[in-house]
Design a protein around this ligand. Structure first.
Ligand code: 9MR
Length: 371
């Protein structure tokens, strides 16, 4: 059996297999990629036109998904994850909302579990996220009047979380979503008010770097494709951090896009971000059908557009210099698990359907990598 990309596989060293061995039922996924007696044979019941290889077998860069620890209790889903991707990002269990307790203590049970699953399967882990304007834990609110105590607790948090996973987490979203929408500049947050608009970020990068010098440190944000003014602010922030001496190693574009996004916008954003010469991540990609208000098309049209956007992202990312391609992460694998379902139950933004079957977007994403 040969790989579709010859010896250029970038994976965990585990044997990779064509997806054709999969039995197309939710529970049956479990047996699929491991049951390689069926190597090379297409399952009779596979939907026509679906891709035949795991995502990570086709990509020359790490491919990731977010996960929640409890999702790994589902053997079928755990098997899908193990078969398809080479990197995991805790979806929320490395955020302050989970790690930081009301009394200032920390809990790491869930992220530890994800890290163990990743290690058991030879996968990388990415850390998300240390500083996020959207989180205002009561513990820090209470310290806001005491500058020294606030700074100490903030420093202790970054040092403890990054230090715990030293050597086990390959990179961190140190600062997440710090740029406002529509070119409105940097956001005001609990952190910026207590420690300074630029300083709170610089301190976090410095401490994260000290806690794990080998970890790649990122700045991450959303709507960088649809909002060029925001993208410009994002790049200016990255430059300001670099100028201030922060150990910023890469830029992450979440790439939560809607199916009616103009063709070319995703590729333009990826190229623009790469222009700074830092590492680049596609950090949370999904393509919402429900948010595509600009299209009055059929569901089938939206799904075609969804596949095209995934392909556009894959092609643009693959075109970057290898040293800049840190990883391509999807914000979930199965539609049923997407955060976008909370907004609209009918949405189906991911690569695999509710039963773990690959959608046409998988074939499109993989085909783009073979071009
Ligand atoms: O998908 C995540 C959802 O399950 C969490 O409830 C939420 C709050 O922690 O965060 C979601 O992930 C967000 C990510 O952390 C940052 N970019 C936007 C993502 C979707 O809201």
């Amino acid at each position: 059996m040969t790989s579709p990309v010859g010896d250029a596989l970038l994976n965990d060293g585990a044997p990779l297999s064509p997806r054709g061995g999969r039995v197309w039922s939710r529970r049956g996924v479990l047996a699929s990629t491991l049951a390689l007696g069926a190597c090379g044979q297409k399952a009779q019941s596979a939907p026509p036109g679906v891709a035949s290889w795991p995502l990570k077998a086709v990509a020359r860069f790490p491919v990731g998904t977010c996960v929640q620890a409890a999702q790994l209790d589902d053997p079928a889903f755990a098997s899908l994850v193990a078969a398809e991707v080479s990197q995991l990002t805790p979806e929320w269990e490395l955020k302050m909302e989970y790690v930081l307790q009301p009394d200032g203590g920390y809990r790491f049970d869930a992220p530890d579990r994800i890290a163990t699953f990743a290690a058991d399967h030879g996968m990388r882990v990415f850390g998300h996220t240390l500083v996020w304007y959207a989180q205002r834990p009561a513990f820090f609110e209470r310290l806001a009047g005491d500058a020294a105590a606030f700074r100490n607790a903030f420093s202790a948090y970054v040092t403890a979380v990054v230090g715990r996973y030293k050597g086990r987490i390959v990179g961190w979203d140190v600062v997440n979503e710090q740029v406002g929408d529509d070119g409105s500049g940097w956001r005001t947050s609990l952190w910026s008010q207590a420690l300074g608009p630029l300083d709170h970020m610089r301190i976090a990068y410095d401490l994260a770097h000290a806690a794990d010098p080998a970890a790649a440190l990122f700045l991450n944000d959303y709507n960088l494709e649809s909002d060029p003014a925001k993208r410009a602010d994002f790049l200016r922030l990255a430059e300001a951090l670099l100028k201030a001496g922060a150990p910023l190693h890469g830029l992450g574009s979440q790439t939560h896009v809607a199916a009616d996004l103009a063709p070319g916008a995703v590729a333009a954003a990826i190229r623009d971000l790469a222009g700074l010469g830092l590492k680049v991540r596609i950090s949370e990609m999904d393509v919402s059908l429900a948010r595509a208000r600009g299209l009055v098309n059929t569901r089938a049209d939206l799904e075609r557009r969804q596949a095209a956007l995934y392909a556009e992202a894959a092609e643009a990312f693959a075109a970057l210099p290898p040293a800049q391609r840190f990883d391509f992460t999807f914000w979930g694998l199965e539609d049923s698990q997407s955060w976008l379902k909370r907004e609209d139950e009918a949405d189906a933004p991911l690569l695999f359907d509710d039963s773990g079957r690959p959608k046409p977007a998988v074939a499109a994403w993989e085909a783009a990598l073979r071009r």
